[in-house]
Design a protein around this ligand. Structure first.
Ligand code: TRP
Length: 332
């Protein structure tokens, strides 16, 4: 029997996901569990590259963990863990950083953006962030990495690092491929639909959080920016409507043509309400399951402890091999 391929992905511990994170990534992670060996990680080590309040970071990490479970990641089928519980990642990261050029890291657009946004804290961790991300992936010899478009450059770097290591020390790492799912849609801001939906948007109406309650979700959709026509159809220039149609289509399974005929002759108000209701109802099970999980601290702890054990088992073996290959004295 052919071995299942390994999928690895990490998600930032923001505590809640936007509708964009959900539809573009997390929602698609559940179904992958049947076909692949999936390893998912809440990346708290990455999070401290920007200043964090310690108590909030801890809370957000736990909430993110519970939320991933609520979104359909099954701890029996997948490895789900917290990054800081696996010291193998920073151990491997050091070796990989010695296979990474200063120039390569300087070209990372996310580094350039973030250092412009936080000019008072351009720390070394922010700079080497992509190396740690490469270590996350390579510590499991992952074949596939589901990432959004904004992480493609980092994944490309991880591939280059893997190839360079393989050239220097003999083939060892699997060179990971991006896993771009056909359904993983890019969701835009509800207020400025040419921009990606982002939690950091100053306008709270721009972004749906998946733990928003029904009324909030509907209110935000009612205020969504559209255009001055009154036709629900997908066309260039109708960014707001195109975005709402994408969202509605994912939640209802209706095609764009069907949506257009469903709403023929109706105003945008009706359409926005329908989108809001579809989203709120679609997210209801996630909210309910999340509320249940965060109550049950002992169970959560059991899950992330076991997750860390499984992650360590795989990544320790790979990290030891790497340490041997680069010429460190074996310690076993
Ligand atoms: N850098 C990713 C992000 O900001 C998160 C991440 C960390 C990740 N390690 C990873 C994603 C490994 C995929 C694989 O979204």
């Amino acid at each position: 029997m052919e071995e299942k391929k390994v999928i690895f992905s990490g998600i930032q511990p923001t505590g809640t996901f936007t509708l964009g994170n959900y539809l573009g990534a997390v929602k698609n992670w559940g179904p992958l569990q049947e076909q692949y060996n999936c390893i998912y990680c809440v990346v708290d080590l990455h999070a401290i590259t920007v200043r964090q309040d310690p108590a909030k970071l801890r809370q957000n990490t736990l909430n993110s963990y519970a939320l991933l479970m609520a979104c359909g990641i099954d701890v029996e089928k997948s490895v789900l863990f917290i990054q800081s519980h696996a010291p193998t990642h920073p151990m491997l990261s050091w070796v990989l950083s010695c296979c990474t050029q200063f120039g390569e890291l300087s070209r990372m657009t996310q580094f350039k953006d973030k250092s412009q946004r936080h000019p008072d804290d351009v720390n070394a961790g922010l700079f080497t962030y992509p190396v740690l991300m490469a270590a996350d992936i390579l510590a499991y010899n992952a074949d596939l990495v589901p990432v959004g478009i904004d992480q493609k450059q980092h994944l490309e770097l991880a591939r280059n690092i893997a190839q360079r290591f393989n050239q220097r020390y003999g083939d060892y790492f699997t060179v990971p491929d991006a896993y771009i799912s056909e359904v993983g849609a890019k969701i835009m801001s509800l207020q400025e639909p040419t921009k990606k939906m982002s939690k950091s948007d100053e306008n709270p109406n721009a972004c749906i959080l998946i733990l928003d309650d029904k009324d909030t979700i509907i209110r935000k959709f009612k205020r969504a920016v559209t255009d001055s026509e009154a036709e629900v159809c997908c066309r260039e220039g109708k960014d707001g409507i195109n975005n709402l149609m994408t969202i509605y289509s994912i939640f209802t399974g209706r095609s764009f043509d069907e949506i257009t005929s469903d709403f023929a002759g109706k105003g945008y108000g009706d359409f926005k309400l329908a989108v809001g209701e579809a989203v709120a109802d679609g997210l209801e099970p996630v909210r309910t399951e999340f509320a249940r999980l965060v109550q049950d601290k002992a169970y959560l702890k059991k899950c992330y402890t076991e997750g860390a054990e499984k992650a360590l088992k795989i990544s320790s073996r790979i990290t030891s091999k790497v340490y041997h290959k680069v010429g460190f004295v074996d310690n076993r």
